[in-house]
Ligand binder design. Structure first.
Ligand code: NHR
Ligand code: GAR
Length: 216
């Protein structure tokens, strides 16, 4: 059977859309079996419904603690027996218990060139720092927030007239290219997490795979 993928999202779901389109290709080695959300109004849910994919929502505002939200959310995820959990614009920090339950089988896409700018508002922070290069990283999720082993990155150039919004748009275009590639590698069994970090075809990755900026 093809690897079963559960995608978790909180917002507009453009990365989800890119993954839906990629996994629809006849030769794609995995299937999205469900989309989970912590916000009932997230447009990601609508995209999943449009694609005929099962959805579930666990509204974090209805839970008194992170631990209780995470317990309810992970129970919903487990019902779908995922081989891979994909965070795609998922905006809640996950407890160590949650992360341990999906060790080596959970990926996140983060809008910066990690280890730079973990956390939020990455585009504004890259601009304020005067950086000329920015981008996106895909990493295994560990207890260390945005600190798990990085698998792949795509760079974008920052130009003088960029704003946080224009930069976000450029970065997102690369996200939609890179995430389906990395999810495919995972589904093909080429990507694993070992004590030495991320491995590709069984060999530890000493450095992430990088798609360079156009005029780098
Ligand atoms: N959880 C763990 N344990 N490890 C990671 O690497 C995680 C994670 C949960 C989410 C995505 C991450 C990102 O790509 C992610 C990686 C949300 C926040 C945050 O501060 C930080 C990082 C990420 C996602 N969230 C606020 C919180 O209190 C809420 C913000 C909101 O709801 O808008 O959880 O950047
Ligand atoms: C993406 O740019 C993703 O990198 C970022 O949110 C956006 C979600 O867009 N993720 C984070 O900031 C995680 N904290 P989408 O909902 O359209 O895929």
């Amino acid at each position: 059977m093809e690897p079963r993928i559960v995608v978790l999202a909180s917002g507009s779901g453009t990365n989800l859309q890119a993954l839906i389109e990629a996994t629809r290709e006849r030769d794609f080695p995995g299937q999205i079996v469900a989309v989970g959300c912590n916000r009932p109004q997230a447009f990601a849910l609508e995209r999943a419904r449009q694609a005929g994919i099962e959805t579930f929502t666990v509204d974090h505002t209805e839970y008194p603690s992170r631990a209780e939200f995470d317990a309810a959310f992970s129970a919903e995820i487990e019902r779908h027996s995922p081989d891979l959990v994909v965070l795609a614009g998922f905006m809640r920090i996950l407890t160590p218990e949650f992360v341990r339950a999906f060790h080596g089988t959970m990926l996140n896409i983060h809008p910066s060139l990690l280890p730079k700018y973990t956390g939020l508002n990455t585009h504004r922070r890259a601009l304020e720092a005067g950086d000329s290069l920015h981008g996106v990283s895909i990493h295994f999720v560990t207890e260390d927030l945005d600190g798990g082993p990085v698998i792949a990155q795509a760079q974008v150039d920052i130009s003088a007239d960029d704003t946080p919004d224009s930069l976000a748009e450029k970065v997102q275009q690369m996200e939609h290219v890179l995430y389906p590639i990395v999810v495919r590698w995972f589904c093909e069994g080429r990507l694993t997490l070992s004590e030495d970090g991320a491995c590709f075809d069984g060999l530890p990755m000493t450095t992430p795979m990088v798609l360079p900026a156009n005029d780098a």
